[in-house]
Write a protein of this length. Structure first.
Length: 282
């Protein structure tokens, strides 16, 4: 299969968790899957800005990114975190290569329009395309590309992209079979209960009823976009289990009656008995 895996930035701060997930990514690649890893790192980025004396400013939940802030983002995302994750996967027996938007123009972006002003948030963008031939050349050579949440604009500037949205757009552009969000929570939660499945029609209701909030809203919105774009399966799964990623990747081979053995939450197009049961408490 062709799989896009998005690592939450918090997972890169926990050495044992990152190594466990890196081991599973390497195992999937050894099984013959074509894998693109996308990662964020907002908390590490914010801490780096504090050390550099750069104030973090947000508008409607989006970070205002001036040139100084953008340059720091490139250092943290494309530098420290990207190389840390690529190295962790490589150590587990399958070569990974850290790539960024400027490499062969592999991820292209345009600035976000905010309050009817393009670039009103500075160097904050959205993914508009990717260099699929470049990524496929890496897969043919037996490598796993690892990409930070950055895109190259038509002005030759790098733009910070929300990592959840970037992963969904990559999955759409690559016609991926699976999009997997690895998080530091068990999945989509209703109180303490993990919803085994949600339909894309249910996402708006879950948000309006405040069943989900914060970063999970962005993940669900991105998951819906991916499904609308033709991605076959989307999963939101916690990284707590030593084999959660491997089990999720096998979901295509399981019947719907076996949904309870799949960790986390599946985001699906159509209502299924399992999804309806999971949503009954929402």
């Amino acid at each position: 299969m062709r799989i896009v895996i998005k690592f939450a930035g918090a997972l890169l701060e926990d050495g044992p968790t990152m190594r466990s997930l890196a081991r599973q990514v390497a195992a999937l690649a050894q099984q013959g899957h074509e894998i693109l890893v996308v990662h964020g790192g907002g908390r590490t980025f914010t801490e780096a800005l504090k050390r550099m004396g750069i104030e973090s400013k947000f508008v409607s939940g989006l970070r205002v990114t001036d040139r100084e802030t953008r340059d720091a983002a490139v250092m943290v995302f494309a530098g420290l975190l990207n190389k840390r994750l690529a190295a962790a996967i490589s150590v587990e027996g399958f070569p990974a290569v850290g790539i960024s938007a400027a490499d062969a123009q592999c991820f292209r972006a345009e600035p976000i329009v905010h309050n009817e002003v393009e670039g009103g948030l500075g160097f904050v963008g959205y993914l508009t395309g990717l260099n699929g031939a470049f990524l496929e050349s890496l897969w043919r050579e037996g490598m796993i590309p690892v990409a930070p949440c950055l895109g190259l604009g038509s002005d030759n500037e790098l733009y910070n992209i929300n990592a959840d949205h970037m992963a969904a757009a990559c999955a759409e552009f690559l016609a991926a079979d699976q999009l997997i969000y690895l998080t530091d929570v068990a999945g989509v939660l209703d109180g303490e209960k993990v919803l085994s499945a949600v339909t894309w029609e249910e996402i708006e209701r879950l948000v309006q009823c405040r069943v989900v909030s914060g970063g999970m809203v962005l993940k669900l919105e991105a998951a819906k976009r991916a499904l609308e774009g033709g991605v076959r399966e989307v999963h939101i799964v916690g990284a707590g289990s030593h084999d959660s990623l491997l089990r999720v990747s096998q979901a295509s081979d399981l019947s719907h009656d076996s949904a309870n053995v799949i960790p986390g939450t599946r985001v699906i197009r159509e209502s299924l008995p399992a999804a309806q049961a999971a949503l009954s408490a929402a």
